[in-house]
Design a protein around this ligand. Sequence first.
Ligand code: NAG
Ligand code: NAG
Ligand code: NAG
Ligand code: NAG
Ligand code: NAG
Ligand code: NAG
Length: 288
Amino acid sequence: MRFPLLASSLTIGLACGQTQPLSIPGHPWIPAGSGDFRGPCPMMNTLANHGFIQHDGRNMTRENVIKGLGEGLNFDPALASVMFDQAIIANPEPNATYFTLDQLNKHNLLEHDASLSRSDAYFGNNHVFNQTVFDQTKSYWQGPVIDINMLANSKVARQLTSKAFNPTYVFTLLTEEFSLGEVIAPIIAFGDTDNLTVNRSLVEYFFENERLPSELGWKVRSDVVALQDVARMTGALRNATKLTTDSATTVSKRALGRNPHFGFVTGVSKLLTILAYYGQVESDIDES
Ligand SMILES: *[C@@H]1O[C@H](CO)[C@@H](O)[C@H](O)[C@H]1NC(C)=O
Ligand SMILES: *[C@@H]1O[C@H](CO)[C@@H](O)[C@H](O)[C@H]1NC(C)=O
Ligand SMILES: *[C@@H]1O[C@H](CO)[C@@H](O)[C@H](O)[C@H]1NC(C)=O
Ligand SMILES: *[C@@H]1O[C@H](CO)[C@@H](O)[C@H](O)[C@H]1NC(C)=O
Ligand SMILES: *[C@@H]1O[C@H](CO)[C@@H](O)[C@H](O)[C@H]1NC(C)=O
Ligand SMILES: *[C@@H]1O[C@H](CO)[C@@H](O)[C@H](O)[C@H]1NC(C)=O
């Protein structure tokens, strides 16, 4: 029964061609004022800034979350409902029917270390945008289009930084599921969900302003985002976070075939690689 794991990867973190500025009809961008609640999740903050969910950051009921994620991002009601189920634990009251955005700030409940745009709680404020942290993240987004590998690299880099320097670093298997959903969110919201790429300018604009990038030409996608789409994309991201590769790409089969005595192989690591793939290279050597 894979569903519980699948569901847990569909995180609240998901929600964490014009020359003139174009606002979204009926949903102008109005940043939080005093008394408005915001939280660690840039997407929920953004939806509140546009009034897709309640602007004051309160009263996130199932109905309101489904409506807001549907209208703002074209998320399927079932997907939004799963995300609500994951977020409602943030309200400590028994049988709560709503949560507020600031309730998401509680460290190590849903909010976690090594996020792409927030400091670890150990180092500072864990819920407001942190430019230093985001600059580290951006350094792994090399080029005008962010692909799944770049996203994965920034995720892993943030984790490694936290693991190395934050003595209170916590990142459980459940955190990993939430984190995968958060990190893939920019592709889901603003990118190409088939090729798993997204325009870097849109993503930076979104994180840095907590604003939907409509003035950069973005429009809400016309195809509905469903549970299974998210599962497919988080699966691809999970694969991309691995630090091992599928094949011995550094050891060309053709090069080995031309050099049956391996005279060029000096490094121990190369030798180990060859041993690991011995069965595969042997047939090439035989052919030469
Ligand atoms: C909260 O949202 C619900 C809809 O889900 C609505 O019926 C209710 O009036 C709202 N409460 C407040 C205090 O805004
Ligand atoms: C919460 O719901 C459970 C199950 O429906 C019920 O037994 C319990 O009394 C409720 N608690 C409160 C504080 O309403
Ligand atoms: C931003 O993050 C850095 C690195 O974690 C930290 O040193 C700094 O204190 C943070 N700033 C704030 C305002 O929390
Ligand atoms: C996605 O990739 C395919 C194959 O590389 C390409 O033909 C297609 O144009 C790409 N789609 C977009 C929207 O860039
Ligand atoms: C990304 O979006 C910006 C703003 O609309 C645009 O100027 C730029 O050409 C886009 N980049 C790519 C690679 O499509
Ligand atoms: C992830 O990798 C596994 C093993 O290589 C592969 O079977 C699977 O199709 C990949 N999943 C995605 C979504 O790319």
